[in-house]
Design a protein around this ligand. Sequence first.
Ligand code: HXC
Length: 283
Amino acid sequence: MFTKDTLTGKNILVTGGGSGLGKAMALKFAELGANVAICGRSQDKLDKTAEELKAFGNKVATYSVDVRDYEAVGEMFDKLSEELGEINGLVNNAAGNFLSASEDLSPNAFNSVVGIVLNGTFNCTQQFGKRLIDAGSPGSVINIVTTYTETGSAFVLPSACAKAGVLAMTNSLAYEWGEYNIRLNSIAPGPFPTKGAWSRLMPDPKVEERYKALIPLKRYGEHVELANLAAFLMSDLSAYMTGENVVIDGGERLKSGQFNFITQAAPRSQLKKMFQMMKPGGK
Ligand code: HXC
């Protein structure tokens, strides 16, 4: 469905684009014809990824910033617009997260994650949106949320609170900025391992095996699968979509179905024999 010019004319900023899923999305956007900017806290990582992005032949820019700093984010948009042209696509991907019992969190630990995820998304989205509104230009925002945005989750309280706020922001602005033709959608990725996330969120291999068993498709997501979805939502192929949250998780979020646990109780062939015996007159 994509061609090499699907994103031509888009100047897209990916926050946290130097590594992990942000990098995968940035590469896909560049492959499909976009000019791409990436920002993050480590200039070293940004520089390495920029070299890969340049291989696609479009404009590339980097900017070292902490998205928690509102003024610095504003300066970033001005600078990147000079380099790439008006920024008309934004992916709020930069995030912070770690496992902790909630009673052990310090206020600063809570604020750090909420600052990056919720305030950072506000800072970038508002600085992005107000420039487009002043110019009368359309735009598209993708917010990366999580599958626990609505349910909450043990041991990641700051992230759960912040991502729920980001989902509320997505829906609020999708309505409010619809008349400016600025679209906002979100993506809730399930398990897409990255070094940054897995080193903080996956305690040990045994836990990981139990976790994997609960994913209906029995595998993790490939980064390119997420990148393809982001490319679709960023492009004009999805021009009538706004305020939508798309889950991409191999079905993992459905694990709480009441009788789903039976899939773990025995191999499928054995289960089928048991079901047969439970039938009236079955043996
Ligand atoms: C408890 C912790 C902690 C931990 C840090 N803190 N790590 N508390 N357990 N593991 C506390 C510190 O003690 C400090 O509080 C406060 O948090 C701030 O820590 P700093 O390191 O000074 O802050 P900062 O450099 O801003 O780091 C922010 C961070 C860090 C969020 C804490 O982890 C980070 O930079 N993360 C970025 C990358 C990342 O997290 N990627 C994963 C995203 S995955 P005190 O009180 O001591 O000062 C994701 C998707 C989830 O979000 C879905 C997956 C399926």
